[in-house]
Design a protein. Structure first.
Length: 227
C-alpha cells in the first residue's frame, strides 16, 4: 500500500509541484492550504508523514505541530522559507523529525522523506504492540493473543485490556477506567468496570492459570506480572 503524505502549504504552486513529484514517486498525497485544515487532517492520524510549512494563514506551522503532538505522532518535516535558526530549533523541540529550508531541491526533499519514513517504520512495532508476559495485544489489528493463540474479545473488553496493558504496573481507579474505556458521558451502572474486569479475568487469568489483573482494594485495578 502506498504511503500517505500530507502537504500543509499555502503557496498553491509549490504545494502542487511537490504533490506531482511525490505522486510520481508512488506516494499518495493530500493537501491542506492553511493551518486549521492541516491540523484537522493531521489529527486524523491517517498519514505516514506530513510536510508542514511554518508561515501559514490561520494557524502557523509551529502551532499546528504543538497541537497535533497532543494526540498523534505522525512524523513531520517542517518547511521554512526563513533561514531562521529559531524556527528550526523550536520545530525540532516540538517533535518535528526534520526540517528543510525553502527553496529546496526536490531530490533533497525526497531523500529526507525516505529517511524519515524509514526511521518511523523502525520504531513502529514498539508503539502498537503491547505485551505483558505471554499476553500480547496488537492495537492496529484489534487482536489479542496468549502465547500466540488468539483471544476472542468484545470491543469493550479489548479497550479495557488495552488501557490496563498500556498502564502496566500503574494502579488505575474505577473512575479512570470508566472515563478512558466508556467515556465521560457514560451514564450506566458504576459497577460496569468490575463486571468487565471479571470477563477479562475469565478469558485471560482463569483460562491460562495466571494472575495478571490485580484488584487494589478501595482503589481499582492494576495489570502486573507476579503477585
Ligand atoms: Ca507559507
Amino acid at each position: 500500500m502506498a504511503e500517505k503524505i500530507l502537504i500543509v502549504e499555502d503557496e498553491a504552486k509549490l504545494a502542487r509541484f511537490v504533490e506531482l513529484e511525490l505522486t510520481h514517486e508512488g506516494y499518495e498525497v493530500d493537501k491542506a492550504p492553511d493551518g486549521r485544515d492541516g491540523l484537522e487532517k493531521l489529527e486524523s492520524g491517517n498519514y505516514d508523514l506530513a510536510l508542514l510549512d511554518i508561515m501559514l494563514p490561520g494557524l502557523n506551522g509551529l502551532e499546528v505541530l504543538r497541537r497535533a503532538r497532543r494526540t498523534v505522532d505522525t512524523p513531520v518535516i517542517m518547511l521554512t522559507a526563513r533561514d531562521s535558526v529559531m524556527d528550526k530549533v523550536t520545530g525540532l523541540d516540538m517533535g518535528a523529525e526534520d526540517y528543510i529550508t525553502k527553496p529546496f531541491e526536490i531530490e533533497e526533499l525526497l531523500a529526507r522523506i525516505r529517511a524519515t519514513l524509514r526511521s518511523a517504520k523502525k520504531r513502529e512495532p514498539a508503539s502498537h504492540t503491547l505485551s505483558v508476559g505471554k499476553l500480547t495485544l496488537d492495537a492496529d489489528r484489534y487482536t489479542a493473543a496468549w502465547d500466540g493463540e488468539a483471544i476472542e474479545l468484545t470491543q469493550r473488553e479489548f479497550a479495557l485490556l488495552k488501557t490496563l496493558m498500556e498502564n502496566k504496573d500503574i494502579v488505575l481507579s474505577r473512575n479512570t477506567l470508566m472515563e478512558r474505556v466508556w467515556g465521560y458521558d457514560y451514564m450506566g451502572e458504576t459497577n460496569i468496570v468490575d463486571v468487565y474486569v471479571r470477563y477479562l479475568r475469565g478469558k485471560i487469568d482463569d483460562a491460562h492459570g495466571v494472575k495478571l489483573i490485580h484488584t487494589v482494594r478501595g482503589v481499582g485495578y492494576v495489570m502486573r506480572e507476579g503477585s
